[in-house]
Design a protein around this ligand. Structure first.
Ligand code: NAD
Length: 322
């Protein structure tokens, strides 16, 4: 039986990955500060522990694993990473997790480890134009991410690549672009744009208003969780290291994203634009490299994922008010 360790298994992507690996017949150990919030874990073994602690990392990796997935990070959406208020924690906590996990894996001779980086590594000046952002993998240097979250991701990418170069570990790195779907954080301050917008639409009365941060003309692309997992597994099981974008190339404005959620809800709502933390003006996944190296790229239309996500968030909102 194949085995996998999923770090961050109590979080959004990690808990979905545990589910997917179980479907594939793996024996899975999860580790996280907390259990998954919205579903029971499907992991065979789940360690509640702090991966900033080297002892917990050694405990997590104390047996042989065919695949190690590192999703644990101190992170959230724009309201968490772009205000500047959480920068010290974001950098300190996530760097410690990556340092300690890598060191523990090296000592256990772990062959292959996956690291979840982010589109936030790309230079701010290449993402000023909403219609024409440049997120080609090779454009990451000279580096100038727009947040300390992005700088930490870039540092950690380099850390993983250095361990590959010097210690013969095989690392696989993906730069995720706005992953969304059911079972993700949808309120409380760490939620991302698709979940926040679905929540606002679900909570609004028909004919009412929802608030959008900025003018809503900033662009992004959003990748549904199932396609994120598919791309990640294809990368991990390929002979190619990355770093590579795993994201959708269906770029929309935030206003268009809100329109989609409204059309799914059947409600007629108007948008009220307010000040808020925004991030770069434009961002889209450049999928040429993944297509070339893996012969695969995501192709599911955004609206399909929004339909499933809206339904799940609407049910959460109903539960929370009843
Ligand atoms: P998430 O916040 O839902 O999951 C991260 C998990 O890490 C949480 O459950 C958290 O409790 C855990 N964690 C944090 N500190 C820990 C610690 N010290 N010890 C143990 N566990 C700890 O986030 P997610 O959306 O599932 O993202 C997973 C990974 O993918 C993260 O590294 C994130 O930076 C990266 N990523 C995500 C997106 C996205 O859109 N979701 C985009 C780019 C990159």
């Amino acid at each position: 039986m194949k085995t996998a360790l999923v770090c961050g298994a109590g979080g959004f992507i990690g808990s979905h990955m545990v589910h997917r690996l179980k479907e594939e017949g793996y024996w899975v150990r999860g580790v996280d500060l907390k259990s998954p919030e919205f579903s029971a874990t499907e992991a065979d073994d789940f360690i509640i522990g702090d991966l900033r602690d080297p002892y917990v990392c050694r405990q997590a990796i104390a047996q042989r694993f065919d695949e190690v997935y590192q999703f644990a990070a101190d992170m959230g959406g724009a309201g968490f990473v772009f205000t500047g208020e959480n920068d010290a924690d974001i950098m300190h906590n996530s760097v410690l997790i990556n340092l300690n996990m890598l060191d523990a894996c090296r000592k256990r001779n772990v062959k292959r480890i996956f690291y979840s980086s982010s589109a936030c590594v790309y230079p701010e000046q290449n993402q000023m134009a909403p219609d024409n952002p440049n997120c080609e993998e090779g454009s990451v240097y000279p580096a100038d991410p727009d947040s300390d979250y992005g700088w930490e991701k870039l540092f950690s990418e380099r850390l993983y690549l250095a361990f590959q170069r010097n210690y013969g570990m095989e690392v696989r790195i993906a730069r995720y672009h706005n992953i969304f779907g059911p079972l993700g954080t949808w309120d409380g301050g760490r939620e991302k744009a698709p979940a926040a917008i679905c929540r606002k639409v679900a909570m609004a009365e028909d004919g009412g208003k929802i608030e959008i941060w900025g003018d809503g003309k900033q662009t992004r692309s959003f990748l549904y969780i199932d396609e994120c997992l598919e791309g990640t597994l294809r990368l991990v099981r390929s002979d190619w290291t990355g770093p590579v974008n795993i994201g959708s190339d269906e770029m929309v404005t935030i206003n268009q994203l809100a329109d989609m959620a409204m059309s799914v809800s059947g409600k007629n709502l108007t948008k009220r634009h307010i000040e808020g933390p925004l991030g770069v003006r434009g961002r889209n996944s450049d999928n040429r490299l993944i297509e070339k190296k893996l012969g695969w790229k995501p192709d599911q239309p955004l609206i399909k994922g929004i339909e499933k996500t809206y339904q799940w968030i609407e049910a959460q909102v109903r539960k929370s008010v009843s």
